[in-house]
Design a protein around this ligand. Structure first.
Ligand code: SAM
Ligand code: SF4
Length: 325
């Protein structure tokens, strides 16, 4: 479905929980106020919402969190969503800690691809950033997942902390058929406490280090990443430049939070309360129509641009962990 700026909105990110088994410093260092399960969309409600989304033109779904794999039954949700007419792709973003455990079930249920968030390859630094000593298990999960799925690594560089590791991440793409994407820190929640490492600078450094770096114009997924390849490498290096390279012109997405808020844009607090519609007492065709209308309205409310770079431009007060990235 096209929005008022002519963008085709075909992608929905669904956060299935606010809870997480890590405590990334820029995301939820002190945990979050726990929301009771009754205030979180049930899997049945998520499925109903996704059916309506599909009728409104959404064809690609991303399951995220919090950490999606801490919610019981998440792998089976993938299977349910895959069966919805019109849904062509279901993918997941995870920190990878529980991925080895759930990978067989995710594959059985038809997961199409996985993004694994990993900001450092050094054990001590991993523990410093995430609060847990899980690096070796995540690295093993990457290896196992890459044997059966498309794998992307999401890496957020923090100034003066892990920004010296970019070359190690780049080298990884020469060893395995994975995409490593550098995501600029966004000034949302605790992200405001850390200066962004600009992808522009990173790309300049990469070009110096790898003079044979070439643009990779293949389509890699649903997102705004721009890709490059070290000549002959099986994997690619992507840049998601939220701050510098405003990619709003090609934005294709809506976001659904675990508490049922449907968000037209990451930057602004405006949303539509799907939970209220889902639990408002209507049933059957009437409920289905209400939900579909809500998706169409969210598409029509999409703003032209975010304003992350403007002081006070961010009106979203939720943490990234409550939105799902
Ligand atoms: N727990 C899962 C994970 O870590 O992949 C899914 C949720 S997490 C909120 C999704 C992504 O958002 C992660 O890749 C994380 O690094 C990123 N993220 C969190 N806060 C951010 C911020 N302020 N700016 C940019 N990316 C952020
Ligand atoms: Fe958890 Fe993901 Fe946030 Fe880290 S970035 S605290 S893994 S939700």
């Amino acid at each position: 479905m096209n929005d008022r700026y002519g963008r085709n909105i075909d992608y929905l990110r669904i956060s299935v929980t606010d809870r997480c088994n890590l405590r990334c410093r820029y995301c939820m260092p002190d945990g979050i106020t726990l929301v009771s399960m009754k205030d979180i969309l049930t899997y049945e409600e998520i499925e109903l919402a996704c059916r309506a989304a599909a009728r409104a033109g959404i064809s690609k779904l991303k399951i995220t969190g919090g950490e999606p794999l801490v919610r019981f039954g998440c792998a089976e949700l993938v299977g349910r969503l895959k069966k919805i007419p019109g849904i062509q792709q279901v993918t997941m973003t995870t920190n990878g800690v529980l991925l080895q455990q759930y990978l067989p079930r995710l594959l059985e249920n038809g997961l199409d691809a996985v993004n694994i968030s990993l900001d450092t390859l050094q054990p001590k630094r991993y523990q410093w950033i995430t609060g847990k000593p899980e690096l070796s298990s995540v690295l093993e999960a990457v290896r196992q997942a890459a044997a059966g799925l498309r794998v992307k690594i999401n890496c957020v560089l923090l100034k003066g902390i892990n920004d010296g590791e970019w070359q190690k991440f780049a080298e990884w793409t020469r060893q395995m058929p994975i995409d490593v994407r550098f995501i600029e820190m966004m000034p949302i929640g605790h992200g405001k406490d850390y200066g962004p490492v600009y992808n522009e600078t990173l790309l300049e450094n990469l070009k110096i280090q790898y003079p044979d770096l070439e643009k990779d114009d293949q389509i890699h997924g649903n997102g705004p990443a721009v890709y490059y390849k070290i000549k002959g490498a099986p994997g690619s290096i992507g840049f998601i430049s939220a701050m510098h390279g405003k990619f709003c012109g090609s934005c294709n997405r809506l976001r659904l939070t675990s508490q049922g808020r449907l968000k037209p844009c990451l930057c602004y607090g405006e949303d539509i309360d799907l939970m209220q519609i889902l639990r408002g007492g209507e049933e059957g065709a009437l409920l289905e129509q209400r939900l579909e209308d809500a998706f169409c309205r969210a598409v029509s409310l999409k703003p032209r641009n975010h304003q992350f770079e403007v002081p006070d431009g961010v009106t979203e007060k939720k943490q990234m962990v409550q939105i799902g990235g």
